[in-house]
Design a protein around this ligand. Structure first.
Ligand code: SF4
Length: 333
């Protein structure tokens, strides 16, 4: 996850917890006053007002707490859209999380605006770390921009303050503001269904067939990596380490006794489809842990493999994301 520079990056607390997969992502609105050409928000979320905790739509405070507990979250990242468009909602959510999990539940907040003192004050004691996302057009005059004022105000109010932007040309101009920041995070520019056309129009292409990284985006960050406050977060890191660690936390809390948790945080189990709806005697004798739902019996995959010839019906081994997540592989037995 670290950059390729010689100095060890000074990771923000939010990044450390993210690395451990311990941050819940709270997407508070799909609305945003800006229209960045590279915006990665999906069509489904963009301009909508639904709230998502990780990938789940949440409608009540209890839903938010349940999702955070499912992954044993040690912190949350507030994102959108533009969180300051729904400031009351952000305040309520942060208060809920801090009250339930305690003041150590670390909260960072992304924003595309340059918040004023009046906008930041309600977040004092609730948000620990503010991550500003100034538009590319102001990078060249960042010290004269309202973002520099926000940096100073946030620092005075006691927030940890940083900038987080995608790796785009001219990023080296942000070196001017580094002395005033706690950190500068550079995200590898990522391809998505919603920005693909804009990427192509700029002559950009995918780095490889494996990840969503845009070709050449990583190299742009290189010239800033000599400063330990600068941290480069690659697309492959997000896809692999961060996701894997989050899945593992969820799997540990939600796996049934017979589910096998893989190193990637997925769960594997066996499924028997009953031919006539009747549970075979060998399974009804309570010798094995099973779960019956309709004409499906779920059990440890190795039990199903062992009893393969004694059990009539279609048998398969399933690998999926934990907590009823997407099915990745079905292998017939
Ligand atoms: S500020 Fe963020 S959410 Fe808003 S358009 Fe830009 S990338 Fe999308």
């Amino acid at each position: 996850m670290s950059g390729t520079g010689e100095n060890t990056p000074l990771l923000s607390r939010g990044c450390v917890l993210c690395y451990e997969g311990a941050k819940m992502v709270l997407f508070v609105t799909g609305r945003c006053g800006r229209d960045c050409w590279y915006c990665p928000i999906s069509e489904k979320r963009r301009n909508g007002d639904a709230i998502y905790a990780n990938d789940r739509v949440v409608t009540t405070p209890a839903d938010i707490i349940e999702e955070a507990e499912t992954m044993s979250a040690l912190g949350s990242g507030i994102t959108g859209g533009e969180p300051f468009l729904v400031l009351d909602r952000v305040v309520r959510s942060c208060r809920l999380l801090k009250e339930h999990f305690g003041p150590d539940h670390h909260i960072h907040l992304y924003t595309g605006i340059a918040p004023t003192e009046a906008q930041l004050l309600p977040l004092r004691g609730l948000v620990d770390e503010v991550r500003l996302h100034p538009p590319q057009e102001v990078w060249g005059r960042i010290l004269e921009s309202p973002y520099a004022r926000s940096v100073r105000t946030a620092r005075r109010l006691g927030f940890s303050i940083g900038i987080e932007v995608p790796s785009l040309p001219d990023i080296e101009a942000l070196r001017a503001i580094l002395p005033e920041l706690d950190f500068l995070n550079i995200n590898e520019l990522e391809w998505s269904e919603t920005n693909a056309e804009a990427m192509r129009a700029r002559g950009l292409d995918l780095e490889d067939g494996l990840h969503n990284a845009v070709g050449g985006a990583a190299a742009l960050a290189d010239m800033l990596l000599d400063d330990p406050k600068v941290h480069f977060c690659s697309s492959s890191f997000k896809d692999s380490v961060q996701l894997r660690e989050r899945l593992r936390r969820i799997a540990e809390n939600t796996a049934r006794p017979f589910d096998e948790i893989t190193r990637d945080g997925t769960v594997v189990y066996g499924v028997l489809e009953l031919e006539d709806g009747a549970l075979p005697a060998i399974l009804s004798e309570h010798r094995y842990d099973i779960e019956v739902s309709g004409n499906q019996v779920e059990m440890a995959w190795w039990v199903l493999a062992e009893l393969k010839h004694e059990l009539p019906g279609k048998k398969s081994v399933i690998e999926r994301y934990p907590n009823g997540g997407i099915i990745l592989e079905v292998t017939p037995l």
